[in-house]
Design a protein around this ligand. Structure first.
Ligand SMILES: *[C@@H]1O[C@H](CO)[C@@H](O)[C@H](O)[C@H]1NC(C)=O
Ligand SMILES: *[C@@H]1O[C@H](CO)[C@@H](O)[C@H](O)[C@H]1NC(C)=O
Ligand SMILES: *[C@@H]1O[C@H](CO)[C@@H](O)[C@H](O)[C@H]1NC(C)=O
Ligand SMILES: *[C@@H]1O[C@H](CO)[C@@H](O)[C@H](O)[C@H]1NC(C)=O
Ligand SMILES: *[C@@H]1O[C@H](CO)[C@@H](O)[C@H](O)[C@H]1NC(C)=O
Ligand SMILES: *[C@@H]1O[C@H](CO)[C@@H](O)[C@H](O)[C@H]1NC(C)=O
Length: 912
């Protein structure tokens, strides 16, 4: 085989050389470069692209007359099939010896053709094969002059998220084009927490009936958001069927990817009427003057070529085709084809054996030139990265009337925005007209299929009617559920942003009531009900059947236990109990302190009661302090200061004693009650029987702890009688129920716990119900408002609340803290009195001492000064301080020996 190849190469070389020299002779002659074009001329895209391509060649060489190369186009009709395109390619290589191929149109064809292109080293340039399956890196001679489909998935997901749809169905065609983007799309949706409950694949060969059947299946599911990724021929069939079966009416949302959105302006009236309200995503092309001129010329040319066309507008594919031709022409000119050998790829002889394909020597050079070409084309900046065009911005359009209306843009950096350069960083889109001419954003799902109403199961209980009970409607004589839970449910459903019709169905269990609520929630996944409204506790194991909303009331398992009397009255030291130890101690300290201060003050006033031998004084003082309290004979006090101290102290003692008396009286007279059991352990150890509400989950919960000592009871009256007659010693239940019980039977019972935490009472919904999060939100917003209190007041408060005052639990002793102000006042007043007395006493003593010596030497004041001729201090000698003078004086006087008069005079001097 190698020998054969060598032989072929040799013969081709031989054959090629004369051709080269021939052309060189005609030096100024143009070099024609054969280029194959493979399009499916029966499709809209094929026709559009051909118009563009032929226009591009004419335009290019009209503008660049001095170019030495000319592209010569050889068009082959690729038909729809892969084989069709393959044989067209082989024909082009074999017969025409093309150096590049423009096309093919479809991704599947491109995949096959790029293998041939790789083999023959002929660049295959496609502007319509957008499937991300085709990666240029793996197919070196495949050049994608288009944006691959995976670039738009984030834009699509952003739209779905923007309208707060949580689910979307993907409809796509079963081709390389259709399948290629699906993994990317699902990833993008998932990254935005959007579920894809269903995918529908429609083969291009599907009959209308098959399409209709698929669509009817989709109509039965709840999701109303459809993402369509199809080529136009399949898409148009799907849309007209969807319109026929009423799936393009109000409430539906359709999003189409660029495959269809690009062509909206060119589809027939019938198709566009089926697409009203659709939202589409397409690469954004800025409208330049050059583009406008091109569009005008293009339309004229296209109409000439296809006189039957209804509406025409060049799509982005036409622009890419135009730019591709330009890129190729520039590249070919750049490599100066004439300088190289003209060896052209062709298949040896008439063999169809691909091994016989001769490779193009020009291939690598042309490929490199094509990939490196960049210019500003009709579709914007034309530059290839990794052999493909890069996306910049996507435009979001809304199909309205005869065309489309831009509602915003999406860029990878900014996300959604109403204008491309708008400064806001928030996702925002313009107003959309949805299918069915509706301006309100579709909710994205239907509550129930086929317009049926939500079936809500309601538990039928025989106790605690405040939660759920059935009242007879006075008019219709039907049993309608009411109660706390039902009223909350009604209001929650009413506050949803959309109307949800529902009916209540009482759930009765003929089997008795054991595990009643568990059985109730188990009915939901069976399909009997869509939701449960009632006093259903949110417990982990119930989540295997249903999903719960957030709780509408708090809960937790508590015990009701009887109160037993506490025999405080018999205690020896009960008189100590009204005051805390600190208060006792503090009172004692202040008692002693006040006594001491009084003694001090009175002593200074020579009160004979407070002088004498120490023991007698102490007893006197204590007796006095105490007796002032009781007998109040203040006449024995001499000083008015000590009287003030006593008055303040008396005031403090008055308050202290009256508080003490009241507290002691309440301790001794009020019946002190305390729970008979304080925790579960106590109950278990003492082997007592306990009760629980029949049918609740508590039976299962308590079974391991209490075993056979568990007694099912039916409602509050039963609890009370069972607790009274000693059948059980405690009853376990959840907080809201216990509150209700205690409202009725407040005397003699109390609540202990919680023994177990639970999430509270909630509404149960079918698993994955789209309502769940909205209902949860409504429950929470209802709980935040005043409305919940109102409902609670109406249902949970019995009318005779006044008689039910719970006795004090005891232990409310008077603390030092509560009386600290009193002690502060007493302390401050006493200390001040003592201080004032001391100062007064000192002053008095001083005056006495001062008066006595001055009487002996009344006129000797100035004598020593005159004797010593000492200048008066501070006169003429400002620098010498009085201290210095005093020291000098002291020295003088010490020489002569000190005398009282001198010291007094000294005082006088220093005072000057
Ligand atoms: C063609 O002419 C233009 C000026 O008219 C010149 O800039 C360009 O280089 C020429 N190209 C070739 C291939 O000669
Ligand atoms: C598709 O295009 C995007 C963005 O232009 C790029 O990141 C991605 O790698 C491309 N995918 C393939 C398979 O070429
Ligand atoms: C090529 O085809 C012709 C008839 O079209 C046949 O006579 C000839 O043998 C074929 N050559 C080869 C190499 O198969
Ligand atoms: C009745 O209870 C038994 C066991 O307690 C259970 O297996 C059965 O399914 C229940 N039947 C109904 C109709 O609830
Ligand atoms: C105690 O009360 C319960 C509940 O009312 C009742 O079932 C039980 O028979 C009573 N027992 C006695 C001994 O009265
Ligand atoms: C409270 O009293 C009113 C009027 O007397 C009555 O309508 C209402 O039902 C009573 N509520 C309860 C919880 O008994």
């Amino acid at each position: 085989m190698e020998r054969r190849t060598l032989l072929v190469l040799f013969s081709i070389l031989l054959a090629g050389t004369p051709t080269l020299s021939q052309r060189d002779d005609r030096s100024e002659a143009l070099v024609s470069v054969d280029v194959g074009v493979i399009l499916d001329m029966r499709t809209l895209v094929g026709k559009m692209c051909w118009t563009s391509i032929s226009m591009a060649v004419d335009d290019f060489y009209a503008a660049n007359r001095n170019f030495t190369t000319r592209l010569v186009l050889h068009r082959r009709d690729g038909e729809a099939s892969v084989i069709g395109a393959g044989s067209a390619a082989l024909g082009l290589l074999n017969k025409e010896g093309v150096l590049a191929i423009l096309g093919p149109q479809k991704s599947a064809q491109a995949r096959f053709l790029s293998d041939i292109a790789d083999k023959a080293r002929v660049p295959s340039i496609s502007f319509t094969a957008t499937s991300p399956f085709l990666s240029s890196s793996a197919r070196s001679y495949f050049v994608r002059m288009a944006i691959n489909d995976s670039a738009q998935v984030d834009a699509v997901a952003s739209i779905v998220r923007y309208y707060a749809w949580r689910e979307a169905v993907i409809i796509y065609e079963d081709t390389d084009y259709g399948n290629g983007v699906i993994p990317y799309l699902i990833d993008a949706l998932q990254a935005n927490s959007i579920r894809v409950p269903h995918r529908t694949v429609i083969p291009p060969s599907a009959t209308d009936d098959q399409i209709k059947e698929e669509l009817l299946n989709l109509k039965m599911i709840q999701t109303r958001v459809f993402i369509v990724h199809m080529s136009l021929p399949v898409g148009t069939r799907v849309f007209s069927k969807a319109k026929a079966i009423g799936m393009t009416t109000k409430g539906f949302a359709w999003i189409v990817t660029d495959g269809i959105a690009n062509l909206v302006d060119s589809v027939d009236h019938e198709v566009i009427s089926a697409m009203q309200g659709f939202v589409g995503v397409k690469p954004y092309v800025p409208r330049t003057a050059e583009l406008e001129a091109f569009i005008r010329r293009w339309k004229r040319k296209y109409r000439n070529e296809n006189p039957k066309a209804e509406r025409i507008d060049p799509s982005i594919f036409s622009l890419w085709a135009y730019d591709s031709v330009r890129a190729l022409a520039l590249a070919v000119e750049k490599v100066e084809v004439k300088r190289f050998s003209f060896e052209k790829p062709r298949i040896f002889g008439n063999s169809t054996d691909l091994d016989a394909l001769i490779v193009s020597k020009m291939g690598p050079t042309i490929l490199k030139a094509v990939i490196e070409t960049s210019f500003t084309g009709l579709s914007g900046e034309f530059r290839l990265v990794n052999g493909q065009l890069q996306s910049s911005a996507y435009q979001i359009v809304n199909v309205v009337g005869n065309g489309q209306k831009g509602i915003g843009f999406w860029t990878p950096k900014r996300g959604l925005s109403p204008q491309l350069g708008s400064p806001t960083n928030k996702d925002e889109l313009g107003a959309v007209v949805w299918p069915g001419d509706s301006t309100s954003v579709p909710r994205g799902w239907e509550i129930t299929t086929g317009g049926t109403r939500l079936r809500v199961a309601v538990p039928v209980t025989d106790s605690f009617f405040q939660f759920v009970r059935f009242d007879e409607d006075p008019v219709t004589k039907e049993k309608v559920p009411t109660g706390y839970s039902i009223e909350i449910f009604n209001n929650v459903m009413k506050s949803l942003p959309y109307y949800v019709p529902f009916d209540y169905f009482p759930y009765t269990n003929s089997n008795g009531t054991s595990g009643y609520y568990d059985l109730l929630v188990q009915q939901v996944p069976k399909g009997d009900y869509d939701a449960v409204a009632g006093d259903v506790t949110i417990i982990a194991h119930r989540f295997q059947y249903v999903d719960f909303t957030l709780p509408y009331t708090e809960s937790g398992v508590y015990m009701i236990v009887p109160l037993k009397e506490d025999n405080k009255r018999g205690r020896t030291w009960v008189f100590m109990e009204p005051l805390t130890h600190e208060l006792w101690l503090c009172s004692l300290c202040f008692f002693l302190l006040t006594g001491f201060i009084m003694w001090g003050i009175e002593r200074m006033n020579q009160n004979e009661h407070f002088t004498g031998p120490p023991l007698q004084v102490i007893s006197n003082v204590l007796y006095f302090t105490f007796s002032t309290l009781v007998f109040a004979h203040r006449q024995e006090l001499k000083s008015s200061l000590s009287k003030a101290v006593v008055i303040v102290w008396l005031f403090a003692v008055l308050i202290l004693t009256s508080t003490y008396t009241a507290s002691l009286a309440s301790i001794l007279t009020a019946a002190k009650l305390e729970p008979a059991f304080n925790d579960v352990g106590e109950l278990v150890r003492s082997g007592k029987f306990v009760g629980y509400s029949r049918g609740s989950f508590l039976g299962d919960l308590l079974k391991p702890t209490f075993g056979s000592r568990l007694v099912p009871l039916n409602g509050p009256d039963d609890y009370a009688s069972a607790l009274t007659n000693g059948t059980v010693n405690a009853v376990f239940h959840e907080l809201p129920y216990i509150k209700l019980f205690l409202k009725k039977y407040c005397k003699g019972y109390t609540i202990v716990g919680p023994t177990q935490r639970t999430a509270g009472l909630g509404f149960a919904f079918r698993k994955d119900s789209p309502l769940l999060s909205d209902v949860s939100k409504a429950v929470v917003s209802l709980s935040q408002g005043p409305f919940m209190d109102d409902i609670e007041k109406r249902w949970m408060l019995t009318n005779d609340t006044s008689q039910c005052q719970q006795p004090d639990a005891g232990g409310n002793r008077i603390t030092l803290h509560s009386l600290r102000g009193l002690f502060l006042v007493t302390g401050v007043v006493s200390s001040l009195a003592l201080l004032v007395a001391c100062i007064g006493n000192l002053l008095e003593g001083y005056q006495e001492r001062r008066v006595r010596p001055s009487e002996t030497t009344p006129e000797g004041e100035d004598e020593p000064l005159a004797d010593d001729e000492q200048p008066p201090v501070g006169v003429g000698l400002p620098a010498i301080g009085p201290g210095r003078d005093s020291a000098a004086l002291l020295q003088d006087s010490s020489e002569r020996g000190p005398s009282a008069t001198e010291i007094l005079r000294l005082d006088k001097v220093t005072q000057v």
